[in-house]
Design a protein around this ligand. Structure first.
Ligand code: UDX
Length: 435
């Protein structure tokens, strides 16, 4: 396989995983970031994010001289032929994607280009911004360039595997030659490659995330019906999952999705459609169902404890999902906020997250039993597999009252019930009909 010169702008989850994995494939990679301190640390082999397999790849590639880090985009432009824009596209007010960093990166690269480049948008960007991106580059250079789109489908916790064993690679280009050159970077990965135009590539990414978010909101809406009828959402999801047209993934009911992608991308898609004159009501409802879902925790706690003022709540799980320390749009943040506003004290347990900024007085521990000590209720917010392994007899001996709200349907309900816990979960009626 040809070893190509690749530049990556932005060393967040997407940029760092992309850069590291391309170096693993034998390409020569240079990554840049405006955060100079982070760049210095990366050069020493430090991995700033919790991502399985990533520290090992970074170390190996540094040792082999296949990856380098800089905060100088001039150096990056000089040392790469393929430049991937991997900077953040955070949510702007009202849910639009904020593309400031994308435009700034493109402007800089254009200014530094001395020879033709492939500039590839990996950040999730609304299609409506493509013309402006192209113009930003052409206004700042006389050198020829090819703009491409190559969206990422990296889920946190499995991002390295998602890159190295992708289910598909999507390439959006204006011409076949550019698409083939970009596809060449993925040689050896044995994945289907979908080559298309730039708008279709970008929309595929939005469609994938929106569709998955829709599956989650759909099953959560069904769970809410189960709450009223006594049905068991897990059995329903199992029954649905055998239908290959539906599939069994992303049908886990709970207190909703979080993270840096689904919340942001669903809103951005809705707003983009609205600006184009299409009311994507379905997306609006997906977002709304998700927002309401996390309120179930408060409803259930009030039902069990009455007035929450002065109660101590043990929150099990802070991260938006297992195997990451990422708190972006984590349901835990909304739930803790509601608990504090209701006059509760909160202790939190998370096996990965070590820090929680912005909440005064919330004690974090990596010891679940310590967190449960004297609690009036335990609330499960993240489906960390470690929670299943806890010694619930010990928890029962620690808590002040045996109340559990399992927002992820993960705890062994029968054991908890036998131990005398007042246990409830989401959409199982809690009645645990034979399973
Ligand atoms: C997602 C996409 O999976 C990835 O392809 C994309 O490029 C980036 O966004 P990620 O945000 O890492 O990845 O998380 P993911 O594993 O997709 O889960 C998102 C959220 O949905 C989590 O909060 C998770 O707890 C929740 N979820 C997932 C459910 O509530 N139920 C499910 O059945 C599945």
């Amino acid at each position: 396989m040809n070893s190509e010169r690749i530049g990556i702008i932005g060393t967040g989850y997407v940029g760092l995983v992309t850069g590291a994995c391309f170096s693993k494939l034998g390409h020569r990679v240079i990554c840049s970031d405006i955060d100079e301190k982070k760049i210095e640390k990366l050069k020493t082999g430090y991995c700033p994010i919790h991502e399985k397999g990533l520290p090992e790849i970074l170390k190996e590639s540094l040792n082999k001289g296949l990856i380098d880090f800089t905060s100088d985009n001039k150096k990056l432009a000089g040392e790469s032929d393929f430049i991937f824009i991997c900077v953040g596209t955070p949510e702007h007010d009202e849910g639009h994607a904020d593309l400031t960093h994308v435009f700034e990166s493109c402007r800089q690269i254009a200014g530094f280009m001395k020879e033709p480049k492939y500039i590839i948008i990996k950040s999730t960007v609304p299609v409506t911004a493509v013309d402006k991106i192209r113009k930003t580059i052409s206004d700042n250079t006389k050198v020829d360039f090819k703009l491409l789109s190559n969206p990422e489908f990296l889920a946190q916790g499995s991002a390295v595997d998602d890159f190295l064993k992708p289910e598909r690679v999507i390439i959006g280009a204006d011409d076949k030659e550019s698409a083939d050159r970009l596809a060449g970077l993925y040689n050896g990965l044995n994945a289907p490659i979908v080559k298309t135009d730039i708008p279709s590539a970008m929309l595929t990414k939005y469609a994938a995330n929106a569709f998955l978010a829709m599956k989650i909101s759909f099953i959560n809406a069904m769970a809410n019906i189960c709450e009223k009828t006594g049905g068991n959402i897990e059995k329903i999801a199992e029954g649905l999952g055998y239908d290959r047209r539906i599939g069994n993934l992303f049908l886990k009911a709970g207190i909703g999705y979080g993270g840096s992608c689904f919340p942001k991308d669903t809103k951005a898609l809705y707003h983009m459609a609205k600006e184009l004159g299409y009311d994507f009501g379905l997306m609006k409802e997906v977002i709304e169902i998700n927002k309401n879902q996390r309120k179930l925790v408060m409803d259930k706690l009030k039902e069990k404890l009455g007035d929450l003022k002065g109660k101590l709540i043990a929150v099990f799980g802070l991260a938006f999902k297992p195997m990451t320390d990422d708190l972006r749009e984590a349901p835990s943040l909304y739930i803790i906020d509601d608990l504090l506003k209701s006059g509760c004290s909160v202790n939190a347990y998370d096996p990965v997250v070590k820090e929680l900024n912005g909440f005064n007085g919330v004690k974090i521990s990596d010891d679940a039993y310590q967190t449960a000590d004297n609690a009036d209720a335990v609330v499960v917010v993240t489906d960390h597999p470690q929670l299943k392994e806890l010694d619930f007899t010990k928890i029962a001996s620690k808590v002040n009252s045996k109340v559990v709200v399992d927002g992820r349907n993960i705890l062994p309900a029968e054991i908890l019930k036998e131990l005398g816990f007042n246990y409830s979960s989401i959409g199982r009626g809690d009645e645990l009909k034979p399973r």
